[in-house]
Design a protein around this ligand. Structure first.
Ligand code: NDP
Length: 286
C-alpha cells in the first residue's frame, strides 16, 4: 500500500510559516492585504473564494472580495482589475477562474495581464509565466508549487527523474511542467491528443494528472513504486468528490500518492498565501 501524501498536514506547515511572516510584517507596522475578484455566481467558485478568505484570515492577511454579476460588461471587469492593481494598499490581486465566457470571450489572457505582475498571486500573467520559462524568479502558480512540494515531501531530489505531466492547461499542466523541468526532472507533457497515454505513464517515476477526467489513470497505467500526484477535482453525479486517479487500485501499486480531497487542493491555497506574502515583500523591497 502506498504512502499517502497528506496535503492537509503539509499545507499546515506552509501556512504556519506564512503566519509567522505576517506577524513579523505587522510587528513592523505593515499590513498584508489581498483582493479577490469573483464574476458571476458559480457555486464551486463561491466555495473556492470562501476557502481562500478563511485561509487568509487565519494567517492574518486582510481579505476583500469584489463581485461582479455574470452579465457585467468586459469593461467593468477590466476597470476593476486596473483599479485594484493600482491601489497601493493592496498587495495581491486574484481573478477567480473560470470567468463566464459571455464576459471575457477569448480575451481572458488580456484581462489577466492587467494584473500588476508584482501582485499576481496566481502567477498567471505573461510576465510571471515568462519568468518561469526563464528559470523562475517571479510569482509561480500556486498549484504548480503545491505539486512540487508534495513530490519533494517523498522525493527531495528530482534530478533525472522521469515525470509524466498529464494535462497542458495554462493554469496547471504547463506551469507545472516548467517548474519540474527547472528542478532538473525530465518531463513529458501529455494531453487529449497524446497517442498511447498508458505507454508514457507506465515508464514514469512520477505521474502528475490534471485533466478533470474522473479515474483517468488506472492501475495498469502505472509502474510499480511510482509516485502519483492527483490534481483533479471532480464531482460525481452521486455528489462524491474524486480525482483523476483510480485511487483504490493505483494506491496498491504506487510508492506514494496524493488523495482527493486532502491532497493538492489544500497545498494550492497554502501556496497562494505564500505568494501574497512574497508579493508584499517584493513591493517593499524584499
Ligand atoms: P483544463 O480543462 O483547462 O485542462 C485539462 C487538460 O487535460 C487539457 O490539457 C486536456 O488536453 C487534458 N485532457 C483532457 N482529457 C484528457 C484525456 N482523456 N487524456 C489526456 N489528457 C486529457 O483543466 P485544468 O488544468 O484547469 O484542471 C484540471 C483538473 O485539475 C480539474 O479537475 C480541476 O478542477 C483541477 N484543479 C485542481 C486544483 C487544485 O488545487 N487541486 C487547481 C486547479 C485545477 P487538451 O489540452 O488536449 O484539451
Amino acid at each position: 500500500m502506498a504512502q499517502i501524501i497528506d496535503g492537509k498536514s503539509l499545507a499546515a506547515v506552509v501556512r504556519a510559516r506564512v503566519a509567522t511572516e505576517v506577524r513579523q510584517i505587522k510587528a513592523q507596522g505593515g499590513t498584508v492585504r489581498f483582493a479577490a475578484v469573483l464574476v458571476g455566481e458559480d457555486p464551486a467558485s463561491q466555495i473556492y473564494v470562501r476557502n481562500k478568505q478563511r485561509a487568509c484570515e487565519k494567517v492574518g492577511i486582510e481579505f476583500e472580495l469584489h463581485t461582479l454579476p455574470a452579465n457585467c460588461r468586459y469593461e467593468d471587469l477590466t476597470a476593476l482589475i486596473c483599479r485594484l492593481s493600482a491601489d497601493k494598499t493592496i498587495n495581491g490581486v486574484l481573478l477567480q477562474l473560470p470567468v463566464p465566457p459571455a464576459v471575457v470571450g477569448d480575451r481572458l489572457t488580456e484581462v489577466l495581464n492587467l494584473i500588476d505582475p508584482q501582485k499576481d498571486v496566481d502567477g498567471l500573467t505573461m510576465a510571471n509565466l515568462g519568468k518561469l520559462v526563464d528559470g523562475g524568479h517571479g510569482l509561480i502558480p500556486c498549484t504548480a508549487q503545491g505539486i512540487l512540494y508534495a513530490i519533494q515531501s517523498v522525493c527531495p531530489d528530482l534530478t533525472g527523474k522521469k515525470i509524466v505531466m498529464v494535462g497542458r492547461s495554462r493554469i496547471v499542466g504547463r506551469p507545472t511542467s516548467l517548474l519540474l523541468t527547472n528542478h532538473d526532472a525530465t518531463v513529458t507533457v501529455c494531453h487529449s491528443r497524446t497517442r498511447n497515454l498508458a505507454e508514457h505513464t507506465r515508464s514514469a517515476d512520477i505521474v502528475v494528472v490534471a485533466t478533470g477526467c474522473p479515474h483517468l489513470l488506472t492501475a495498469d497505467m502505472v509502474k510499480k513504486d511510482a509516485i502519483i500526484i492527483d490534481v483533479g477535482i471532480n464531482r460525481l453525479p452521486d455528489g462524491k468528490l474524486v480525482g483523476d486517479v483510480d485511487f483504490d487500485r493505483v494506491s496498491k501499486i504506487a510508492s506514494a500518492i496524493t488523495p482527493v480531497p486532502g491532497g493538492i487542493g489544500p497545498l494550492t491555497v497554502a501556496f497562494m498565501l505564500k505568494n501574497i506574502v512574497a508579493a508584499y515583500c517584493r513591493q517593499h523591497g524584499g
